[in-house]
Design a protein around this ligand. Sequence first.
Ligand SMILES: [Zn+2]
Length: 111
Amino acid sequence: MHVGHVCPVCGRSDRTTRLSAHWRALSAGQRAGAAHLARPALHDERWSEPLGLLTLGCALLVSEAWLGFVGVAGGGVWLVSLRDKVAQAARLRADWHRKQFCRRCHHAFLP
Ligand SMILES: [Zn+2]
C-alpha cells in the first residue's frame, strides 16, 4: 500500500508521488512547460585547467619562483571553488531525488 507524504500546500497525501517518478512520466512537451521541476543539471566541470595551472606553477617554482607561486595559488583557489560547485550540484541533485510532488497543486517539496 502506498502512503504518500502530506503536501504542505493542500495538507493532503492522496495525490503525492515521487518527483522523479512524476518527471519521468512527463512527455517532452510537458517537461518544457515544467522546467522548474527538472533534475538539476550536473555541470561539465573541467578539472584539467586548474590542475594544469597547478602543475605549471609547480614546475615554475624551480625556475621562476614568484611566477610559480602565483600559478600554484591560482590553481589551488580555482580547484577549491570548482570542488564547492560540484558539491553544491551534488546536494541539489540529492534533494531532487528526495522530493515529493503533489499532483493536486503541482507543488514539489522535501518530505
Ligand atoms: Zn498539494
